[in-house]
Design a protein around this ligand. Structure first.
Ligand SMILES: NC(=O)c1ccc[n+]([C@@H]2O[C@H](COP(=O)([O-])OP(=O)(O)OC[C@H]3O[C@@H](n4cnc5c(N)ncnc54)[C@H](OP(=O)(O)O)[C@@H]3O)[C@@H](O)[C@H]2O)c1
Length: 302
């Protein structure tokens, strides 16, 4: 297949490119650093502008991952603008380009996040939920999805992946937690009762592939493992895998003071199921957190 990707020099995109290049797909990556693309994205061709592509180029699928990191720093006004423009602005430009193609691109796979749901407490959720949360992260995801859905007007099927924090041994959430937990300084966040969706990187890549191949994939898919845990269980399992104590909780008021509205990412949660992925026949290899952590952190003595 001819696949065009945005944001593919990042954590998820680099791994996707490696997988898809090995499978023989032809990859083009839209990037702010096109000269880095060939080395970061398994030989993919990098372009800085969509206008650089040949007039006859029509991808079989477009994968939209671009966006400034959401959890790197508190959501000041300037940061919110960057988070917004890097997602909604990029997606709008992409969809407008799709509208100018000589033939419709059959499929747009566009990233979103479980933050779409906001903090939902004990409410059981799947993709049938109709109302996004009310914090900035939810508004961002909702607008991002709406911008992507406009590609339907140009004849593309649109798949939206609401991605949970991705577990990988290199980067992402675990890379932030590991140094603290390895020192024995880890602990639950606030009361630890919040549900905490997660997904193993390999399952996320396989899910992207599954939705790419399935000719009837359409609409929203929660990209989270079925083995959902609360933050307290996540903390206990991670500490056990590292053979370290984790009895230093981060108090909720301190997190709120330090992070402002962004603290919803740590203190809020979603009791979320990947209902549509399961119904479509997708099988999670790492459905349970204990298995996922054992695979990712194998050096620990069992
Ligand atoms: N990783 C997770 O746990 C997770 C969970 C939920 C949702 N997601 C979403 O999935 C997408 C991919 O995740 P990821 O972890 O691979 O992200 P990442 O490692 O942060 O990479 C995102 C890519 O977006 C592009 N980008 C960064 N800042 C930008 C800006 N200011 N303007 C335009 N483009 C910018 C960059 O590509 P270039 O430099 O090549 O332009 C970067 O490589 C992101 O949008 C993220 O929000 C990720």
């Amino acid at each position: 297949m001819r696949i065009l990707l945005t944001g593919a020099t990042g954590l998820i995109g680099r791994a996707l490119c490696q997988r898809w290049a090995a499978a023989g797909h032809e990859l083009v990556v839209l990037s702010r650093q096109p000269q880095q693309v060939a080395s970061l994205c398994s030989g993919a061709r990098g372009v800085a502008q969509l206008s650089e592509l040949e007039a006859a180029y029509v991808p079989d699928a477009v994968v939209n991952l671009a966006g400034a990191p959401i959890a790197d720093r508190p959501w000041s006004a300037a940061r919110r603008r960057l988070l917004w423009d890097s997602r909604i602005g990029t997606t709008q430009a992409l969809v407008s380009w799709l509208g100018q193609l000589p033939a419709p691109a059959p499929l747009l796979l566009s990233a979103s996040a479980v933050g779409w749901y906001g903090d939902c407490g004990e409410q059981a959720l799947d993709e049938s939920a109709t109302t996004p949360g009310q914090d900035f992260g939810s508004e961002l995801c909702a607008a991002w999805e709406q911008a992507a859905l406009k590609a339907r007007q140009h004849g593309s099927r649109v798949v939206l992946l609401r991605i949970a924090p991705v577990l990988t041994s290199r980067g992402g959430m675990l890379a932030r937690l590991l140094p603290v937990f390895r020192l024995g300084l880890g602990g639950r966040l606030g009361g630890g009762q919040q549900w905490m969706p997660w997904i193993h990187r390999d399952d996320l890549l396989a899910l992207f592939d599954h939705l790419l191949q399935a000719s009837d994939s359409d609409g929203v898919y929660n990209a989270c493992a079925p083995g959902l845990v609360r933050n307290s269980a996540f903390t206990r399992l991670l500490a056990a895998q590292l053979h370290r104590p984790a009895c230093l909780p981060a108090p909720a008021p301190v997190l709120r003071l330090l992070l402002g509205e962004m603290s919803v990412l740590l203190l809020g949660g979603q009791k979320l199921m990947p209902q549509r992925a399961l119904a479509s026949g997708f099988v999670f290899r790492y459905g349970e957190l204990k298995t996922a952590l054992a695979q990712l952190l194998p050096s620990s003595v069992d």
